[in-house]
Design a binder for this molecule. Sequence first.
Ligand code: FAD
Length: 406
Amino acid sequence: MTKSAVIIVGAGHAGFQLAASLRQNGFAERIALINDEGHLPYQRPPLSKAYLKGTGGPDSLMFRPSKFYQDNTIELTTDRAIAIDRVARKVELASGALLDYGHLVFATGARNRLLDIPNAELESVRYLRTLDESEALRQVITPGKRVVVIGAGFIGLEFAATARAKGLEVDVVELATRVMARAVTAEISEFSQSRHTAAGIRIHLGVQVTGIEADGAKVVGVSLSNGTHIPTDLVVVGVGVLPNVELAAGAGLPVASGIIVDEYLATADPHVSAIGDCALYTSKRFGGSLRLESVQNATDHARCVASRLTGKTEVYDGMPWFWSDQGPDKLQMAGLTTGYDRVVVRGDRAQGQFSAFCYKGDRLLGIESVNRAGDHMFGRRLLGAGGSITPEQAADPSFDLKSALR
Ligand SMILES: Cc1cc2nc3c(=O)[nH]c(=O)nc-3n(C[C@H](O)[C@H](O)[C@H](O)COP(=O)(O)OP(=O)(O)OC[C@H]3O[C@@H](n4cnc5c(N)ncnc54)[C@H](O)[C@@H]3O)c2cc1C
């Protein structure tokens, strides 16, 4: 490995895209992609959606077959990076190998936040982030079983909808007073809750799980802070993630709620960058620091760093967007709605096709859509170009959104 090599630690959405984009941009030096999972790099979103339902095998998740890595001379190494020597510019792998780098990129992603109560270590208390975890869950979600989902965020609700559709008895327990409270407006939360409830999912809000009861090694129920007891066979925990920053911190790089990078996604060391879920980046567009967890963020970060490493340095300026499939409903978010003070609904809530346009004053911050792909695509284009429409225009069904893009 030469000093001009790019070493990418982590082969998730961000790491894979960086390797692919470097080659697309004509980068001719060595690329090593360090992958600590025993699979070819794969997509995570289907793990709580189609894959969990039983659609396709592991191959259906892979970004590219193994031939792609050979054809593009991307050295895909199944190993774990355990230490970085920034002075000698070397990465140490668990196998003992030492790799020289010209540029090092942390694409280490995030890991499940673990539940810290007695019995949480039992086999029937599960998480959902990796292919192995989804595969194992796929085997046990059989009709008639009972499951308690802890956390009504995107992943918890996607899992709950899939499990219910497969004929399980599903309870969802959430500490906040509405579902997806940290991510979406009350309009979307209320709609989503009503859809899940109509599908037969019991949602418990404003309470937390205080205990997991077991009979030997077998989970038999959970207790809630309001005194309720729910008998169950399985517990699925979706209480968020922790960014994988320890390797960077161990190398003396500044970290906070992510690996700290500037508006170019570069760390304090000019030979090291960080991208994707692990990166806390300076956003010129929004002001301040952001750490996002989405495919858009991971892949756009990767493309930005690939451009920089192939001679075209540009500020990272991606417009965030996200989606979540929950039962029959497609939720799509464009923009960042933090700090909104007004919501205008467009579309037909009763028909399950509407969007929440979020404003701060008269400025459109973002659009959250339910089964309204057109509004979502409009939002991505308008907000990406720095545009806005007035709340009155958003509320007026006769206002032609496309006219605002011209
Ligand atoms: C079930 C699920 C559903 C999702 N659904 C959606 C969705 O619908 N829409 C959406 O936009 N986003 C979704 N996301 C989020 C999205 O998948 C993540 O934001 C994205 O995967 C982040 O990519 P990443 O490459 O930054 O990190 P990751 O995908 O976490 O990849 C990081 C990789 O680095 C590896 N790694 C860490 N440390 C080391 C080390 N020291 N050495 C070697 N390897 C290491 C990790 O094991 C991992 O394989 C979902 C996530 C999950 C888990």
